[in-house]
Design a protein around this ligand. Structure first.
Ligand code: RFL
Ligand code: PHB
Length: 390
């Protein structure tokens, strides 16, 4: 049987960032992941990082490539009624965001973990967490190559995403779940084509929402709102590009450079929060504890801020301030609920909701008109988009 201080379940951005920060503070940890490293790197997800996230990546010593290759964005655009409207993030808040893919963040963290020779188990089957509610000796068990393994730790960090085992292992009477599922999804395409615009465009259109994002000057990421029963196989590249063009202002659509998709997937949209985020010696971190619809670009950033709070709490605990772990859940949830509110409101503002009728559509238009007529409203959007302080 192996022992460590913190057993981390999941090698997504939450688990890997926590592992790196703890190691820098001299706190031993082992990461246990059910997939292979290549599989984790193959998932195309987030693209926009808040400064709170880039600050933590810096603290973890993994920001060299982020600073060299990340694209600072000073503004973001919304489009409706065939026109582009800009929100001056830097002018309104003094802060920017950075466009740098989650895949690259994960790769940098994996490289750093390997360079520091920190222990990581990939392709672990039947991962289970035990004895975390009472006592001080929680355990993680798993099976690899037919062999049973056990890791004893002081704490378990559940960084295993929405479908993970950690939240599912908490007795139902100890956890409250708050959820809203939206009646549509996002169909996303990644392509090696130059982005249609230098900044992101969130498009509100009678045919449905669309988003023009990017990973670099030569790689684009686009999304269109689709129905929940849509299948990726039903969308040829050509059908996708045609639908995207229809939802953008004509002058933007005319500039769209299309090409073969290198990834195409459908993601459902959901808001979800579990309360609390600590159960004895088990902490839930990132998507394991909460989900936001991607409209606000907050999922990865919230995962990073959870990690920031838990890092502080565990550092305090091992420095003799044992009570600091008692505040993790409350501190993290205060920020999570604000990001939930922002992501929900952006989703309601920008998507097509036929079930809300013409009144609902007029309310969206009135809100968009108000937004771009009011410095106060634009500032409120901007300060949420760049990320609220920790
Ligand atoms: P992850 O990334 O899901 O990683 C969890 C890891 O745990 C592993 N795992 C297990 N390991 C061991 N045992 C088990 N039983 C396990 N079960 C699961 C999984 O294999 C996986 O490796 O969660 P984490 O680390 O908390 O990170 C959260 C982020 O991935 C997520 O919030 C973002 O991707 C959300 N998101 C966005 N966030 C942003 O901040 N900005 C964006 O622009 C943004 N765009 C997006 C997004 C998510 C999207 N999708 C597909 C959900 C765009 C999309 C389309
Ligand atoms: C992305 O680039 O994948 C992306 C960007 C902004 C969002 C969601 C996704 O709000």
């Amino acid at each position: 049987m192996q022992t460590t201080q913190v057993a981390i379940v999941g090698a997504g951005p939450s688990g890997l960032l926590l592992g790196q920060l703890l190691a820098r503070s001299g706190i031993a940890n082992v990461v246990i992941e059910q997939r292979s490293a290549d599989y984790v790197l193959g998932r195309i997800r987030a693209g926009v990082l808040e400064h709170t996230c880039t600050d933590l990546l810096e603290a973890a010593g993994v920001s060299a490539r982020l600073h060299a290759e990340g694209l600072p964005h000073d503004g973001v655009c919304l489009s409706f009624d065939d026109r582009l409207h800009r929100i001056d993030l830097l002018g309104l808040t003094g802060k920017r965001v950075t466009v740098y893919g989650q895949t690259e963040v994960t790769r940098d963290l994996m490289d750093a973990r390997r360079a520091a020779a920190l222990s990581t188990v990939y392709q672990a089957d039947e991962v289970r967490v035990h004895d975390f509610l009472d006592g001080s000796a929680p355990r993680v068990t798993w099976v690899q190559d037919g062999q049973a393994h056990e890791l004893r730790a002081d704490f378990i960090a559940g960084c295993d995403g929405f479908h993970g085992v950690c939240r599912a292992s908490v007795p139902a009477e100890k956890i409250a779940l708050h959820e809203k599922v939206y009646p549509f999804g996002w169909l996303g395409v990644l392509s090696d084509t130059p982005p249609v615009h230098e900044e992101l465009i969130y498009a509100h259109h009678p045919r449905g929402f669309a988003l023009c994002s990017q990973r670099s000057h030569t790689r684009s990421r686009y999304y269109v709102q689709c129905s929940l029963d849509d299948k990726v196989e039903n969308w040829s590249d050509e059908a996708f590009w045609n639908e995207l063009r229809l939802r953008l202002p004509a002058e933007v659509a005319a500039r769209l450079v299309t090409g073969a998709s290198i990834e195409k997937s459908i993601a459902p949209l959901r808001s979800f929060v579990a309360e609390p985020l600590r159960f004895g010696r088990l902490f839930l971190v990132g998507d394991a504890g909460h989900i936001v619809p991607p409209t606000g670009a907050k999922g990865l950033n919230l995962a990073a801020s959870d990690v920031g709070y838990l890092w502080q709490a565990l550092e305090g605990f091992y420095a003799g301030r044992r009570g600091e772990i008692d505040h993790y859940s409350q501190r993290a949830l205060a920020r999570i609920w604000k990001a939930e509110r922002f992501s929900w409101s952006m989703t309601l503002l920008l998507h097509r909701f036929p079930e809300n009728g013409s009144f609902g559509a007029r309310m969206q238009r009135a809100e968009l008109d108000y937004l771009f007529s009011s410095q106060a409203a634009m500032t409120a959007l901007a300060e949420n988009y760049v990320g609220l302080p920790m």
